[in-house]
Design a protein. Structure first.
Ligand code: FAD
Length: 385
């Protein structure tokens, strides 16, 4: 293999470059990214960057040392065997890493709606979050909650509109979501409310009501960025389908990060998680695969969110679980554990209890059974349950 093209210069893209070099690949690598920035981390955008304590979050990778040919501001437009068509012309490859991430979903209407995906989005939005500004945030998921945190801290008048019955209902279910509702103090939180369109000066609800806003932020989820692969013959279904080695249906093509829907040996289902940990670690396996080795990506998915002064951490895959148990106090630090029917742990969500997260993740990795009676006692360490 002489030339590897990496399409997408986010975390998964740059980690792919690093992993290829770490595995001894000394051929040519071209990294193409449609943003003009060098690779950066996205989690700080809705935290440190939005709150003003940082202006950027560039990844600590030296592209010169990695001897990568970096093409910023260049898009992959289409794919045929051995060739990526880019906005700058054709690029032949022997190996291809698809790392084009995900794009935010926007809502109908002619009004200005902010999304939060890129560094430029974050800097633009930050400038609008000023004291007294009327800010409407559509969606009380992870991004909506973090933007609401920053907007409230900046002294904005914040309204959050959520289609579901509680915040985070779609992500972790309404029972857990209800436990976070109290965090929205001072925010006009409207649940079970559908937005019809974003219009000049505000948001029109599905029932016709109009909510005025200086700033509208849409945080209703993302879609994998795979439009450019249409017609390539690659298997797509909610992202680029890969096996457990991150191998796609096309020869010498792997996919990583937010755009990859990989087969999970552990959970016996296809997973596509839009979280930093997958972008960090799936490239390691993809690089081995591309170079002809044998490695399996089989993580216990992990992510975190910082919202309203709380650290929320999650590990596992809760749809597999069938019983929900709690540790700790609703008003304070607590954890939720999803148990399978055989008393193994499917997932853990920890609020300001990082130790539960670390120990829970290990229990899930090991497939150990837990004692439900001991588990609900927050004074018993999770690893001793
Ligand atoms: P991306 O980061 O989306 O990178 C893909 C890159 O490819 C982009 O730069 C894109 O412009 C480029 N690209 C797209 N199409 C093309 C094309 N056709 N040609 C060339 N380039 C292209 N996860 C957590 O676990 N915890 C958090 O707290 C957390 N906070 C987050 C906060 C924000 C604001 C955001 C947006 C995400 C957050 N995430 C968090 C999720 C995490 O950042 C993502 O899972 C991660 O960035 C995915 O990395 P990626 O490289 O797969 O995709």
């Amino acid at each position: 293999m002489n030339h590897v093209v990496v399409a997408g210069a986010g975390l998964a893209g740059v980690r792919s470059v690093e992993a290829l070099r770490a595995r001894g690949f000394d051929g040519r690598i071209t990294l193409i990214g449609q943003e003009r920035h060098r690779p950066y981390d996205r989690p700080p955008l809705s935290k440190a960057v939005l709150s003003g304590s940082s202006d950027s979050s560039f990844v600590d990778a030296d592209l010169a040392v990695l001897e990568v040919d970096f093409w910023p501001g260049v898009s992959a437009k289409s794919l045929r065997p051995g060739v990526v068509e880019t906005s700058e012309g054709e690029l032949g490859y022997d190996g291809l890493v698809i790392a084009t991430g995900a794009d935010p979903i926007t809502l109908p209407g002619d009004g200005q709606q902010h999304v939060l995906r890129t560094l430029d989005d974050a800097l633009e939005l930050r400038a609008r979050l000023v004291k007294g500004a009327r800010v409407v945030i559509i969606g009380a998921g992870w991004i909506g909650a973090e933007v609401a945190t920053a907007a409230r801290r900046a002294g904005c008048q914040v309204t959050v509109i959520e289609a579901g019955p509680t915040p985070l209902a779609q992500a972790v279910g309404p029972e857990i979501g209800a436990r976070t509702q109290g965090w929205y103090e001072g925010i006009d939180l409207r649940l079970d409310t559908l937005v019809g369109s974003v219009d000049e000066g505000g948001v029109t609800l599905a029932d016709g009501d109009f909510i005025e806003a200086h700033v509208v932020v849409t945080g209703v989820g993302v879609r994998p960025t795979v439009g450019w692969l249409a017609g390539s013959g690659i298997d797509l279904d909610n992202g680029v389908i890969t096996d457990e080695h991150m191998r796609t249906s096309l020869p010498n093509v792997v996919a990583v990060g937010d755009c990859a829907a990989w087969w999970s040996r552990r959970f016996q289902t296809r997973l596509r998680v839009e979280h930093w940990d997958a972008a960090l670690n799936s490239p390691e396996v993809a690089a081995v695969t591309l170079l002809g080795g044998d490695s399996v990506y089989d993580p216990v998915p992990y992510f975190w969110s910082e919202q309203f002064g709380h650290m929320v951490q999650y590990a596992g895959h809760h749809p597999a679980g069938d019983r929900l148990l709690y540790r700790g106090e609703l008003e304070g630090k607590w954890s939720a554990c999803w148990l399978n029917s055989d008393d193994t742990l499917a997932a853990v969500l920890a609020v300001d209890r990082p130790r539960d997260l670390v120990q829970g993740r290990r229990i899930i990795e090991g497939g150990h059974r837990v004692d439900a009676e001991r588990l609900v006692d927050p004074d018993v360490s999770l690893r001793d349950c």
